[in-house]
Design a binder for this molecule. Structure first.
Ligand code: PGA
Length: 249
């Protein structure tokens, strides 16, 4: 049985006061024995401070450096080791915003995922098709190619999570049909089995992301092979984020 993971991606939001208040509110709600895992990914500016608060859930970065070393002459970069050192447990890699705005191709994403895993973090590897690709009937090809190109060979069910985020669903309020989500998630799992073996593929969590809200979370999270959610906008309000999580109680 795969345990569901409810993950918040704060993106480039929150100054110190708002971010600390949001983190505290989520940490308070998430106390105790939960039937699912919870993760929040604040911006790098707040990661250390958030991770230093008392908490019982995962805290992750939104990216790690691709550099081949844990330290050195890489101005502006923060290595996976540094992220781990701040108390993080996870790192998102290959979010579509990074793929698009920073020209991160599959090979970069795969390298970053490997850096995260080697540093002792769980990599949350994001994939997803554009609207053009979906309308051209290429969604499955695009997504399975991204799995093949972005997942490192050292990935296991414990150190890696996949997040399927159709780009046209991110921040738009649009969501794919549950049939489309089921089709893509099944294809992702089949591709994972082809590259990592069926045992690892069966255990690996595949999240859905893109306009997940309290009103649609229950339905999306009930789809076959959907093992959690990666939540952007709705993760910036503790009540909304928690309302999504509570659909899994
Ligand atoms: P959204 O973002 O929930 O605001 O659509 C999801 C994401 O980009 O991770």
């Amino acid at each position: 049985m795969r345990r569901k993971l409810i993950a918040g991606n704060w993106k480039m939001n929150c100054l110190k006061a708002d971010g600390m208040a949001l983190a505290k509110a989520v940490f308070d709600k998430a106390r105790g024995d939960l039937p699912f895992d919870v993760l929040i990914c604040p911006p790098m500016s707040l990661l250390g401070m958030v991770a230093a608060l008392p908490h019982t859930i995962g805290v992750g970065a939104q990216d790690v450096a691709v550099a081949p070393k844990a330290s050195g002459a890489y101005t502006g970069d923060v290595s996976a080791e540094m992220v781990r050192d701040l108390g993080a447990t996870h790192a998102i890699v290959g979010h579509s915003e990074r793929r698009a705005l920073h020209d991160e191709e599959d090979f970069i994403v795969q390298t970053k995922a490997a850096r995260a895993i080697e540093a002792g973090l769980t990599a949350v590897i994001c994939i997803g098709e554009t609207l053009e690709e979906r309308e051209a009937g290429k969604a499955l090809d695009v997504v399975t190619d991204q799995v093949r190109g972005s997942v490192p060979v050292i990935a296991t069910a414990e150190n890696c999570v996949i997040a399927y985020e159709p780009i046209w669903a991110i921040g738009t309020g649009k969501v794919p049909t549950t049939a489309d989500v089921a089709e893509v998630h099944a294809a992702i799992r089949a591709e994972l089995a082809a590259i990592l073996g069926s045992e690892i593929a069966e255990g690996m969590r595949i999240l859905y992301g893109g306009s997940v809200k309290p009103s649609n979370a229950k339905e999306l999270l009930a789809v076959d092979n959907v093992d959690g959610a990666l939540i952007g906008g709705a993760s910036l309000k503790a009540d909304d984020f928690w309302a999504i999580a509570e659909t899994q109680m």
